[in-house]
Design a protein around this ligand. Structure first.
Ligand SMILES: C[S@@+](CC[C@H](N)C(=O)[O-])C[C@H]1O[C@@H](n2cnc3c(N)ncnc32)[C@H](O)[C@@H]1O
Length: 237
């Protein structure tokens, strides 16, 4: 009984400390520090670091997402932005598939994609010349010089707090050409709420209103045997 009370007090203090830290350093830095901690503890992060390479479920997911993109029309010659590319779980497959200079990875830190590059053959990196950027206004502006046909954002929206949704969608929308399309994984929910320290679910109505306000339009693409739902995002004609 006493140990249970001590455990609850400890949990309460930890939760308060994490909330304080998150307010102090901002959510993006908080996310990075949590992910770095998982990686340095050598506990396997499901998608960041390189542990996914030896995880049958993650490899299967990667193949399903790749197949889905090809079914949606992705060709070798298309330029693609992987927004929130992390450690290139999907990116490494796309770098191999796409023609040189057609893959562009964006993330909030260079740490994850630098780790991910270790999972790609050096020869592939040299011949395919993928580009990487830490997200910033200037990086977005640079990429806008030649807009991508496809933007993907896999497993990212769930790590965007409600007050950053507008920035997230504004960046993606600013990279869309009139014929471009973005596929964003989305977990359906009727409400927006925090599900753990670094994750949220967002109501469709909030996402839809945010995207509409920015000049985009979304439709829900349920796909891949219920494993992933995608939002298909385009500019409003
Ligand atoms: C769960 S990982 C997924 C990585 C990769 N897309 C994949 O499928 O393996 C989430 C990624 O989103 C990135 N991220 C977190 N907040 C972001 C934001 N506001 N904008 C863009 N990316 C963000 C993280 O740094 C991390 O690389």
């Amino acid at each position: 009984m006493i140990s249970r009370i001590c455990q609850l007090i400890k949990q309460g203090i930890l939760t308060k400390y994490n909330l304080y830290l998150c307010n102090r350093i901002g959510f993006k830095n908080f996310y990075i520090s949590r992910a770095k901690k998982t990686l340095s503890d050598k506990s396997k992060h499901p998608t960041l670091g390189g542990a996914w390479e030896n995880d049958a479920k993650q490899l299967q997911n990667r193949e399903m997402i790749f197949k889905f993109l090809v079914e949606q029309g992705l060709k070798k010659s298309d330029k693609l932005v992987d927004y929130g590319c992390g450690s290139l779980r999907i990116g490494s497959k796309l770098i191999e598939f796409l023609d040189p200079g057609r893959y562009i990875g964006f993330d909030i830190t260079d740490r994850f994609y630098k780790l991910g590059l270790n999972t790609v053959k050096q020869e592939t990196v040299t011949t395919k010349s993928p580009e990487f950027y830490v997200i910033s206004d200037s990086a977005i502006l640079n990429c806008k010089k030649s807009l991508p046909a496809y933007i993907i954002s896999i497993g990212v929206l769930m790590h965007i707090p409600p007050n950053e949704l507008k920035e997230f969608f504004a960046n993606i929308i600013s990279l869309l050409s009139p014929s471009g399309v973005a596929y964003i994984t989305y977990k359906q929910s009727s409400v927006t709420q925090k599900t753990n320290l670094t994750s949220w679910v967002h109501s469709y109505s909030l996402v839809n209103a945010t995207v509409e306000e920015l000049g985009g339009q979304i439709e829900l693409h349920s796909h891949l045997s219920g494993v992933h739902s995608f939002l298909k995002l385009k500019l409003r004609p």
